[in-house]
Design a protein around this ligand. Structure first.
Ligand code: ADP
Ligand code: MG
Length: 935
């Protein structure tokens, strides 16, 4: 953003005609480059020059000008001071940095020009004002340092709660981490704008990339800034190696926040080290295509997995739930600890409901604590704090004596903060006001001097009321009134007509159109007492309040711990509530690379569709033996299970009443068939027409694995889930919006990434990969990718494809099995049963569906002829697709689905006997070959 003084003379006034206020404006503007400046003038915030032009568009303000008559009018826009919050939010959301410049003195008292200072610079990442923050979302500021060693340091901080984390990454991991953390602003060193490693940063449209001068990233001073802030001599206490690139990133970040906030940052008490590997790795594309926290098309939280899981009752819980979902665990012990707690809560629904009732009443303790630590808390905030603290003893009592380790730990960690609570209660009134300026904050009886001053003020006011009554009676003037203004304090007022009755001791102060105002020595004497007492009382209240706030701030660490406990209890209780309401079961986790889900449902569709209409499906991958017998400790909640888990025809089928019975019979026959199937190997190929339910089925497998690893129950009747180290989900070209690159290129880049980074413990979901290119290309690639996953990586794979040719893979790849989605025809209708059954799909379904859909008979017949022709070209005598032997490396280069005869020139070349050729004859042969090519 350019600065006004650099603007052309059209928008830049000559210094001669500047008022002192405008001079100050330009000075402040110079001190805050790159910020939109909101300049307080009286009851308005004004914007000038370029800022006025930009903001008038963003904020919908009318653009006017100052000094209209002059040759160089200054563009100007403004809004009333009380509308600051709304306008500030709009500017921030539009990605601007905003500096707010306030009047530092009362204009009525100021001598000369009013003093004005910038009191806050607000940027998307440094927001702390809860009016500007979404309570259910974390708001992170990040900082990146691409170090000389090659790795990338990344640090992120939530200013509103003080959570501060750092890590070192491989450059290739940056995009995924940014997608996971979703910072709203990210700092980067200006001189590295063209560094290849920073590309993922600029690719994100949902964050403000803020460049900072190179010296902000000086390693030594960054480390020193951190040490100084934490008051330590080393970072080892945080288990952090001081030489990490992430430390530089963290230091640069902290200094930026110090600069922006202009207030204490005491609530940032710890730097956490983030270690990849302790959580399930979900890359950016997978996050997006599984719609974990945002939907693909709308980019909204609604209808994402998060929105379905979120039964939390507090904003703290909602933020922690997002964190859990974004970072599922890989350690079975840790996952089971969560599951044990959720299970205990599902078994005692009264207990769970009681906890939630208490939690719903607490305020956002995390953000309150941060406000207290930074000195921004109002009396009302401290009131909210004690209100919340008052609920803790009840909560602690409820948590006492529980079975699960996690609930026991949470109970132990729940610090009642009883001492600070009683201090606040003794100091503050019951319902403290928002501001200290009007008084009425401190509880009567807390401070003797304050009580005296209040009595005095009150006594004075009572005296004045009596004085008014007395004088009006004495003078026979019923309309005589005592009034007050800031210029000459208390006065007596009568109408102009009555002024003649005024006695001589009254001193005339002001004559208005219809009124006369007077003072008397007696009145002035009391006025002094009242006003001085009132003023002193208020300033004493402010002092007492500041002391109280400082005292509360000293307990920040304990308050934060309490807040963390509350958010975790909220998440556990929310997961339990969801499990009970939706009829979920507890998954059993294992280290074996298997997936065995019985009657699983897609969590989002299951919740959105009418109850019972979603058709459950089994998923069985990577195991030879049937599912292990149920263990005692496993729970399956049997709520509405008759409707929730019984296979039922799809919604479509339900609408076709006459065939309902037939459909139900067909689908139950299918169920019994699929139940006898014991194993589907590691790789499942799912074929079938559009809208059959392939995508739903494979995504469901990934979503249930993620839910299980975050510690949630899942929509299934029972499940054994092998821990995945990574989950990959790729959606073929037509199913996903691309970012401007050719969709096929995107698809292949992402596929390459899977093949290069998946391990045998990964779960891979491929949806219609290969669609973005010609059919033969697509089939060949899909074929080879499947072989590679099967032979080399040996990971669990679900591949939905409409390439029927791929079903042949089961003949050569032993760990591969074919599945399709059951479909029933009925007269002119077809019904998708949404039931996954073993075997390849009927290959003529495309034409079949087209026929049912009413395509002309001629077209259908012609299509059948073409299909037969194509198939006869591409299948061998036994009816198999002609696929070259994958063992022969020599033909890798020309690997194609269909064997081609060799070129005649090659044949000739091969038949040459070089030893018998003279050099001349060789040249002649070469010429011959060339000519034969030209023909
Ligand atoms: P495909 O990938 O085979 O084209 P989708 O998985 O996209 O099909 O499913 C299409 C629609 O069918 C979904 O939007 C959903 O409405 C419905 N559907 C899919 N699976 C089920 C199911 N198991 N039960 C009920 N409806 C389903
Ligand atoms: Mg699909």
């Amino acid at each position: 953003m350019s600065q006004p003084q650099e603007k052309s003379s059209a928008t830049n006034p000559t210094p001669r005609n500047l008022t002192p206020a405008m001079e100050r404006y330009l000075e402040v503007k110079r001190q805050n480059p790159g910020s939109i400046l909101l300049f307080r003038m009286g009851d308005f915030y004004e914007l000038f020059f370029e800022d006025a032009v930009v903001s008038s568009k963003v904020l919908g303000l009318t653009l006017t000008s100052r000094d209209k008559g002059s040759p160089n009018p200054i563009p100007m826009a403004g809004f009333p001071y009380h509308a600051l919050e709304g306008y500030l939010r709009k500017l921030i959301v539009a990605g601007h940095r905003v500096a707010v410049c306030e009047q530092m003195e009362d204009p009525k008292l100021a001598k000369g020009m009013i003093k004005r200072e910038v009191t806050q610079v607000v940027t998307p990442g440094t927001l702390t004002d809860e009016a500007l923050l979404d309570p259910r979302e974390s708001n992170f500021l990040a900082s990146i340092w691409p170090s000389r060693s090659g790795s990338v340091g990344l640090a992120w901080l939530e200013v509103s709660t003080g959570r501060f984390v750092t890590t070192d990454l491989e450059p290739a991991q940056l995009a995924d981490e940014l997608a996971r953390i979703r910072p709203s602003e990210c700092l980067y060193p200006e001189h590295l704008t063209n560094d290849e490693r920073l590309r993922p940063l600029f690719a994100r449209s949902d964050l403000l990339a803020t460049s900072r001068a190179p010296w902000c990233w000086a390693e030594e001073s960054c480390r020193t800034a951190l040490l100084k802030h934490f008051g330590t001599t080393t970072l080892e206490g945080f288990d952090i190696d001081g030489n990490l690139a992430g430390v530089t990133a963290a230091g640069a970040l902290l200094e930026y926040v110090q600069e922006m906030q202009k207030s204490s940052l005491a609530h940032i008490s710890r730097l956490e080290l983030y270690r990849r590997g302790t959580s399930l790795i979900i890359d950016e594309a997978t996050r997006a295509s599984l719609e974990l926290t945002r939907t693909i098309r709308e980019g909204k939280r609604d209808n994402s997995l998060l929105s379905v899981l979120d039964e939390t009752v507090s904003p703290m819980g909602a933020r922690l739930l997002t964190d859990w979902l974004s970072n599922p665990l890989t350690n079975i012990g840790a996952i089971n600890r969560r599951l044990d707690a959720v299970e205990e809560l599902t078994c005692d629904t009264m207990f769970c409901r009681d906890l939630r009732e208490i939690l719903a009443e607490t305020y956002d303790l995390q953000r309150l604590t941060a406000k207290i630590a930074t000195g921004r808390a109002s009396p009302r905030d401290l009131g909210s704090l004690t209100h919340s603290l008052a609920l803790l003893p009840k909560l602690k009592a409820k948590l006492a004596g529980r079975q699960s380790v996690l609930l026991q730990l949470l109970e132990a960690d729940l610090d009642l903060n009883a001492e600070i609570r009683s201090v606040i209660d003794a100091t503050l009134v019951d319902e403290p006001p928002l501001l200290t300026t009007e008084g009425g904050v401190i509880r009567p009886g807390f401070n003797a001097t304050l009580d005296e001053l209040r009595d005095l003020a009150r006594g004075g006011k009572e005296w004045i009321a009596r004085y008014q009554a007395k004088e009006s009676e004495r003078l026979g003037l019923p309309n005589l009134k005592v009034g007050f203004n800031k210029v000459f304090g208390y006065y007596l007022e009568v109408t102009a007509a009555q002024a003649a009755k005024i006695p001589p001791e009254y001193i005339r102060k002001q004559t208005l159109k219809n009124q006369e105002r007077f003072i008397t020595p007696e009145l002035k004497e009391y006025e002094d007492k009242v006003l001085r007492a009132e003023e002193r009382a208020i300033s004493l209240e402010q002092e007492l309040f500041a002391a109280l706030r400082a005292r509360v701030a000293a307990t920040t660490t304990r308050l934060k711990q309490t807040a963390d406990v509350l958010s975790e209890v909220d998440v556990l209780a929310a997961l339990a509530t969801l499990a009970v309401n939706q009829g979920y079961c507890r998954p059993e986790l294992t280290e074996e690379p298997i997936l065995d889900i019985r009657e699983g449902r897609h969590p989002v569709l299951d919740k959105l569709m009418p109850s019972g209409s979603f058709v459950p499906n089994d998923v069985r991958l990577g195991q030879r033996s049937p599912v292990a017998p149920r263990q005692e400790s496993r729970t399956s909640i049997d709520v509405q299970s008759s409707s929730g888990t019984q296979p039922k025809p799809g919604a479509h089928a339900a609408a076709i009443a006459p065939i309902e019975a037939e459909v139900a019979a067909a689908s139950s026959a299918i169920v019994s068939r699929s139940e006898t199937a014991t194993n589907s190997g590691r790789v499942q190929l799912i074929t079938g027409p559009n809208m059959a339910g392939k995508s739903t089925y494979i995504r469901q497998a990934a979503l249930l694995t993620i839910m299980a690893q975050m510690g949630s129950f899942i929509p299934a009747s029972e499940a054994r889930i092998g821990i995945a180290d990574r989950i990959f989900a790729r959606v073929g070209a037509s199913d996903e919006l691309s970012k401007g690159q050719s969709t096929f290129m995107v698809e292949m880049t992402e596929t390459a990434r899977i093949l290069n980074s998946a391990s045998d413990r990964s779960l891979v979901i491929l949806d219609e990969i290969g669609r973005g290119t010609s059919t033969y290309d697509g089939i060949s690639l899909a074929w080879a990718v499947t072989e590679f996953l099967h032979d080399q990586i040996r990971c669990r794979t679900l591949f939905a494809t409409h390439y029927h040719e791929l079903t042949e893979l089961t003949k050569t790849l032993p760990e591969t099995s074919n599945w399709n989605v059951a479909i029933r025809e009925h007269g002119d209708d077809i019904v998708f049963l949404h039931k996954i059954v073993e075997g390849p799909a009927d290959k003529s379904y495309g034409i079949h569906v087209a026929k049912i859909a009413g395509l002309p008979r001629d077209v259908i017949e012609r299509a059948q002829v073409i299909l037969a022709q194509l198939e006869s070209d591409h299948v061998d005598e036994s009816g198999k697709v002609k696929i070259p032997d994958r063992k022969t490396k020599s033909c890798d280069r020309q690997l194609s689905l269909f064997i081609e005869p060799e070129h005649p020139v090659i044949e000739k070349l091969k038949s040459l006997d070089i030893e018998q050729l003279t050099p001349i004859a060789a040249l002649q042969k070469l010429n011959e070959l060339r000519e034969s090519l030209a023909k």
